[in-house]
Every structure is written in C-alpha cells, then in structure tokens.
Write a protein that binds this ligand. Structure first.
Ligand code: SF4
Length: 170
C-alpha cells in the first residue's frame, strides 16, 4: 500500500475516540524513503491546528538538536505513536496506543528507515519491525525542561549521527 493511502486511512480513522476533539490527524511528514524516522508521543495543539508534527516549542528544540548533529530535518520522517491530539495533551491511554500503533508499524514497513528513534516512554512501547534498528531516547519536551534529560537527548542524537553514518556504509 502506498504511503498516501495509509495517510488517508489514518485521516478517516475512528478506531478510538480521539478524532472527535481533533481538527486534523497528524500523520507525519518526511521523504517516503527517509533513512531516519523520529517518533514522538502524540500531536499537541499547534500540530493539531496545522496537521504537521513537531512544529511547536518541542519541535524547535528538536530542530536545533538535529542541526547540531548535521541532520537535515527535511530528510527525516517525523511522526507520532498516536496520530490525534489528546484532551489537554494528556498521555494517551493504553487502549489509544494499542488502537493507533499499527499505523506506526505500517509507516516503518513502508518507509523502511535504517533507524527509528523512539522519543519518550509512549513511543518506546512500539512493536519493533525486523531488520530496522531502534534507538530509545526521552521526549524533546522533557529534554527541554530537565537538564539531565537534555544531556541524554543530546548524547542520543550524537549516537544517532554515528549509527547512521555506519549504516549508510553497509
Ligand atoms: S488516535 Fe489513532 S486510532 Fe485513534 S482515531 Fe486517531 S488515528 Fe485512529
């Protein structure tokens, strides 16, 4: 199935109740053959308004860390574990994650990135696709707020930079 068809399925999805309070499904964006996929938790208010992932404060912080590691954001596929906004930006429930995470698995199978970065504990729950390398880090919102998490996030993105260089040579 092409990525556009999957995007359409996500936009029409009614598998949990989150679509009811959302303006847009945030399916994700980036090249259909991206080597790196970044996965967050769920869209926030600004993402819901525009339908684009990571464009608020956390997105700006993410852009900065990507730039520090010479990773071009436009070459990365960025998405979330849960594709619709949650009320008051609360953590998605286990049922909501279970309903939505198959879309992420499909995205990984279609894009076939060399490495997927799971950002935050909700994303860590994603089932792994064979043949794809996974890296777990904290969510950019937490990295922005807490020094210890920021250090870990920055270190993990250095690891990402190093791993992708190695994987590109394979
Ligand atoms: S959050 Fe996911 S499972 Fe729930 S309605 Fe939206 S796309 Fe469907």
């Amino acid at each position: 199935m092409p990525l556009e068809d999957l995007n359409q399925q996500i936009k029409n999805c009614r598998k949990c109740s989150l679509w009811q309070n959302a303006n847009n499904a945030v399916v994700g964006e980036g090249p259909a053959n991206a080597e790196i996929m970044l996965v967050g938790q769920n869209p926030g208010a600004e993402e819901d308004k525009t339908g684009r992932p990571f464009i608020g404060r956390a997105g700006k912080f993410l852009n900065k860390v990507l730039a520090e590691n010479s990773i071009a954001r436009e070459k990365v596929f960025i998405t979330n574990t849960v594709k619709h906004l949650t009320p008051q930006n609360r953590k998605p429930s286990p049922d909501e994650v279970a309903a939505c995470v198959p879309y992420l698995v499909e995205q990984v199978k279609l894009v076939k990135p060399k490495i997927v970065v799971l950002m935050g504990a909700v994303a860590w729950q994603a089932p792994r696709v064979e043949g794809v390398e996974y890296l777990e880090t904290v969510h950019p919102s937490a990295a922005m707020r807490f020094t210890k998490m920021r250090k870990r996030f920055q270190e993990d993105f250095k690891t990402l930079r190093n791993r992708i260089e190695i994987l590109q040579k394979k």
